[in-house]
Design a protein around this ligand. Sequence first.
Ligand code: AMP
Ligand code: GLY
Length: 439
Amino acid sequence: MKLLVIGAGGREHALAWRLSRDSCPSKVFVASGNAGTAADPGLVNLPLANPNALANFAEREKVRFTVVGPESFLADGIVDIFRARGQRIFGPTRDAARLETSKDFAKRFMLRHNIPTAFSETFTDAMLAHDYVDAKPGPFVIKADGLASGKGVVVTSTHNAAHCAIDDMLIRGKLGAAGSRVLIEDFLEGEEASFIVMVDGKNILPLASSQDHKRIFDGDRGPNTGGMGAYSPAPVVTPEVHGKVMREIICPAIRGLVAEGMPYVGFLYAGLMIGDDGSVRTVEFNCRMGDPEAQPILMRLKSNLPTLIELALEGKLDQADVEWDHRTALGVVIAASGYPETPRKGDVITGIPEETEEVKVFHAGTTMRGDETVTSGGRVLCVTALGENIHHARENAYATVDKIRFDGMQFRKDIGNRAANSNDPSIDESEKGVLKRPL
Ligand code: AMP
Ligand code: GLY
C-alpha cells in the first residue's frame, strides 16, 4: 500500500512513522521530509512541493490516500486540487481551512455559531487600532489575521508594546499580507490545552488531549514559538472539560461548517483556554494536527491510523474505535541556535539514539550533508518518550536529550511541569470511553 504525507516537520515524521508501522507492508512517501524520514524504514522522501505535481504523483503511483501536515498547503487549496482529480486526501478544503488561515473569519464564525471565545475587534487602520488600545487597560492580545508560523500573536501588558505591535503589522508590514489586518482581543485567563479531533464531514472522533509549551524559555517566558514541547494526556482536560469542549466548541463548529456549505474533513485542533471555574474558551482553531502535539499523541495511539483515516474518508468515523496507550507521552523540542527569530542552519547533530519501544526522536529541521545529519530549520528534533506517568515520561525524554549534541542547541527543561505539579497526573484517556458524536 502506498501512502503520501505532505510536509517536512516533526508532525509529519510522526504521521509517516505511525502510518508505516500500522500498514506493513507499505511505502509511505513524505513530501518533502527530512533526515529522519529519509532514514526510517518504509518511508521515502519526495522532493516535491507543488500541489499539482503532488497530485500527478499520487495518481501515477496509485497512492491510496494523502494526509496533509502543514496549514500552508491547505491555504493553497491542495485538498480542492486533489479532490477535483478524484484523489483521496485527508484535510479540509481551502474554504473550510479559513478557520485557521484567517483569524477574522474564525472569530466571525465563532460568533455566528455561539462558540465561546475572547471578544475582539478587527482593524486595518493603525490610527483606529491605536485609539482602541489607548481607551483600554492591558493586557493586550494583538493578532495578525493571516498565517504567520506562530509569530503573529503578541501578548503584552503595556500600552507601549501594544502600539509597537500594531505598527509592526499595519505600518511596517513586518508580517507581510498576513499582518495587514489585525485583531485586538481581550486577554483570557486560564490554562491552555490542545484538543484535536478527526472529522469526516459529520462524525467526530476526539483524539487524546495534550498540552503544548509555546514560549521559548522555561517558565513560559520569552517570545512565542511554534511549540517547544508537549505531552499527552493533559490532566487539565478532565472528563467534565472534555464534555464541555465537545458540546460548546467542537460540535457547534462542525455543525456550523455543514450549515455554511463547507463540511469539514481532516484533523481539527481547538486551542483552549480553561478557566479556574471550568469554563472553556477557544483561543484559536488550527486545521491540522498540532506540532509538537502530534508526536506524543501518535506515540500513544494504539489503534490503526490508516484504518481511522480511511473510515474518515468514507464518512464512517462513527464506526471507529480509538484506543490509547495508558502511559503518558512527552516530547521535548530541541531548537536551533537563534530560534525563533533567526535560526542558524548547518550545525552537525550527533548522538541521536536508535528508536526503542519507549523513545523515538522525531526529526523536523534536519537534512543530510554527506554522511552527516545537520540542522536546517528552527525546530530541529522532538525527543518523544513514553512513561508510566508524567514523571517517568519526562525522565525518559530528558535522558535521551542529554545524549544529543549540536552547537547552539536550545531546549526547555520544564516540559510537562504543569501536569507533573497537578493533583491528578494519572488521568487515563481510556476511562473516558469513546466519544463519537454523529451530528
Ligand atoms: P494563537 O496563535 O491564537 O494560538 O496564539 C498564540 C498564543 O498566544 C496562545 O497559545 C496563547 O498562549 C496566547 N494567546 C492568544 N490569544 C490569547 C488571549 N485572548 N488571551 C490570552 N492569551 C492568548
Ligand atoms: N503547537 C501549536 C500548533 O501546532 O499550532
